[in-house]
Ligand binder design. Structure first.
Ligand code: FUB
Length: 684
């Protein structure tokens, strides 16, 4: 191939760090020379002729699963309906009858020496339980179902560290339930149970798998028949159109992980673009898909695309890519791990280029990230995997930015490092320069997004977060060059109570919007929901904080004076669901005599106030005991997983940061129930 030499890429002085948390394939210490532009040639990816091939990943052969299953019932098959002791998992090898992530042995007094953590416990039925079931671990049980039907499984399990937990079940290798929240108590309290509803079972032998999505000690399962067997096959047809408000998309149904059952559609990592479709401006959102039940971000295995012409009515065009299709069409990739994507339109060839981070293999997922690329004639369907962008840094969260001269730039990064490389102008699946690590970003975590305004380049990203601090801020930086060096401009969105945030900033029909995600709706940090709010971009390009916490009741935020400030619980902000308050059932909080009554897990309230100077404050809450709460100012918690409201009913939280100008205080229930009388703030 003829090599043409181009000017040096303007990245002087950019050095690559020697210590990568992810393995970087062949990145030079600094950019010297740009790779040569390749003339349109025969190695450019061509969309294959013939019918479009897609693996919907839901074809599952139950009969074949049972035939291949090598486990043997222990004291079973266990009759359903009936009671099954957790310690009576099937006989068989690891990865067949059980999966254990550590090498510890269980209590040999029952079933002899075993890697499953069987433990003697006087409070457990039969004297034993399975302790220390870690995320991703499972046990299989051969069951014999008496009659076709819908069954409930009362699961006697407990999480003793006070933080939220969940478990789920699979039947014959397929997801059979959503994530069920675990009861909280001491690690040996087996009086409480949580019910997995609507497990559809046909008469005969099946293999049930208990999956610990989080740690928990599990004692027994009680099966009850609750109704008729329902046809649970997927009846989803795309596209589907609905009116939406924040959080977006959750009301669209979607198949759950590895299952033909449907649940809420959880979306994250929205990349929003405006394409011209038949002379009309249409906004498209390319989002990743959090799978229910979740296991961290491991099971995210597909992408959906959504569009709108008015920001009110949205269409879900359905799945455009999944991990199974990467393997089918291009022969590589892991299971799951389809993380934050992006898409770009090339007017030169009229094709859409969809970029997605995906590991080369499941075992070493965290060190084998690639930026996969798929190409289509359409923005919303028939993406063909063209491979991956060879030579790009092994990191997550691709973002594509096309400069005014048509030059595409590919960004990616995570774990504190952010990279950029040029793509070939005439082949957007290949690099035109080696990736370099960019300079000047402040506290970069991940989620790079680039847009241009007033001739300058804007890179927004999440900062280094801590779930116990409420998650990450979204920051932005500016530069005169698409590759930096960047100058940090500060925060444009406060943490959203989720351990990640990830956004995009886009102008649509004259208004700027910030896309982001929260986990409020699900209450699980890895079952997220995309949201959107208008954002103000000033004429000098500065971006104002996205005001997504409503407005003080009555309009004017009260001033935090030297005397402090007290809000009645009931005087929470105006602005409604998702902004001023949140309840799982979306019903307005119940107000009585100035208090908010019966707050439940996941509920929160916000109150706006003004401060003349920045500093720290103490927030004192008066509420009934029996609940664990987080108290935050501007979405940032102190270093804690929650405070128990003491029996005195007075909870004091110190050291919360206040900014000059507008602030909001938030009271969020982590577990239990409470009535909230008041929230007082004093400046330190
Ligand atoms: O969705 C998976 C990962 O979480 C994304 O790639 C990150 O940006 C974070 O949102």
């Amino acid at each position: 191939m003829k090599q043409l030499s181009l000017p040096t890429f303007l990245l002087a002085g950019i050095l690559l760090s020697a210590s990568f948390s992810c393995k970087e394939p062949g990145i030079p210490p600094a950019i010297e020379e740009e790779k040569e532009e390749i003339p349109a040639d025969d190695d450019k990816f061509e969309i294959p002729e013939g019918p479009y091939e897609y693996d919907d990943a839901l074809n599952h052969d139950t009969e074949a699963f049972l035939k291949a299953y090598k486990g043997k019932p222990y004291k079973g098959p266990h009759k359903v309906p009936g009671t099954l002791e957790a310690e009576d998992f099937d006989e068989g090898n690891a990865n067949v009858a059980y999966y254990e992530s550590d090498n510890k042995s269980g209590d040999a007094a029952y079933r002899g020496s075993h890697k499953v953590d069987v433990r003697g416990d006087g409070n457990a039925s039969g004297g034993y339980m399975i302790g220390d079931v870690q995320p991703g671990e499972w046990m299989s049980y051969t069951i014999e179902v008496e009659e076709d039907g819908a069954y409930a499984i009362d699961t006697y399990v407990v999480k003793g560290d006070g933080s939220e937990g969940s478990f789920s079940f699979e039947v014959d290798g397929r997801g059979a339930t959503v994530s069920v929240p675990m009861p909280l108590g001491n690690w040996s309290d087996f009086t409480k149970m949580a019910t997995a509803e609507n497990v559809m079972l046909t008469k005969g032998i099946h293999v049930l798998r208990y999956c610990g999505n989080t740690p928990g000690n599990v004692d027994r399962f009680v099966f009850r028949r609750t109704g008729e067997l329902k046809d649970v096959s997927s009846t989803l047809t795309y596209p589907m159109t609905m009116k939406m408000s924040n959080p977006l998309f959750v009301d669209f149904p979607s198949p759950m992980y590895n299952s033909w059952l449907t649940g809420h559609l959880y979306t994250a990592d929205a990349s929003a673009h405006v394409w011209n479709i038949g002379g009309k401006e249409v906004l498209y959102v390319y989002a990743s898909h959090d799978m229910e039940p979740s296991l961290g971000c491991d099971r995210m295995d597909r992408y959906h695309v959504f569009s709108t012409e008015d920001m009110v009515t949205w269409t879900d065009h359905g799945e455009i890519m999944n991990a199974a299709t990467v393997r089918l069409q291009d022969g590589w990739g892991s299971e799951g791990f389809m993380w934050a994507p992006d898409c770009a339109y090339n007017p030169e060839d009229g094709l859409y280029y969809f970029y997605f981070p995906h590991p080369e293999n499941t075992q070493n997922w965290n060190s084998t990230w690639r930026i996969g690329v798929a190409v289509s004639r359409y923005p919303d369907k028939e993406f063909h995997v063209a491979g991956y962008v060879k030579g790009m840094a092994s990191a997550i969260d691709p973002c594509i930015f096309i400069d005014d001269d048509g030059q595409p730039y590919l960004y990616n990064g995570g774990g504190g490092k952010c990279y950029v490389a040029k793509l070939r102008k005439n082949d957007w699946t290949k690099l035109a320069s080696d990736p370099v690590q960019m300079e000047g970003l402040h506290d970069f975590h991940e989620a790079a997004w680039v847009h241009k305004f007033g001739g300058r380049y804007y890179l927004s990203h999440s900062d280094n977060h801590s779930p116990s601090k409420g998650g990450n801020n979204m920051r932005y930086a500016v530069a005169d060059n698409p590759a930096g060096p960047w100058q940090d401009m500060g925060v444009y969105m406060y943490p959203q109570g989720v351990e990640t945030n990830h956004g995009s900033i886009v102008k649509f029909k004259g208004q700027w919007y910030a896309f982001y995600h929260t986990a409020n709706f699900s209450g699980h940090g890895t079952l997220r929901s995309v949201c959107v709010d208008p954002v103000t971009v000033n004429s000098d390009g500065s971006i104002e904080i996205v005001r997504n916490w409503g407005k003080a009741k009555g309009g004017e935020s009260p001033l935090l004076s030297a005397d402090g400030l007290t809000f009645n619980g009931a005087d929470f902000n105006d602005g409604g669901y998702h902004y001023a308050w949140f309840t799982r059932d979306r019903k307005e909080p119940t107000v009585q005599n100035g208090a908010v009554k019966g707050m439940e897990t996941g509920d929160w309230l916000r109150w706006s106030f003004k401060a003349e100077t920045s500093g720290t404050c103490t927030v004192t809450c008066s509420a009934t005991s029996g609940a664990k709460v987080l108290v935050a100012v501007n979405g940032q918690y102190p270093e804690t997983s929650g405070h128990d409201i003491p029996s005195s009913g007075t909870l004091k939280v110190e050291g919360l940061k206040v900014s000059e100008g507008e602030n909001f205080v938030e009271f969020r229930l982590m577990s239990g129930t409470t009535d909230l009388k008041s929230v007082s703030i004093t400046k330190n």
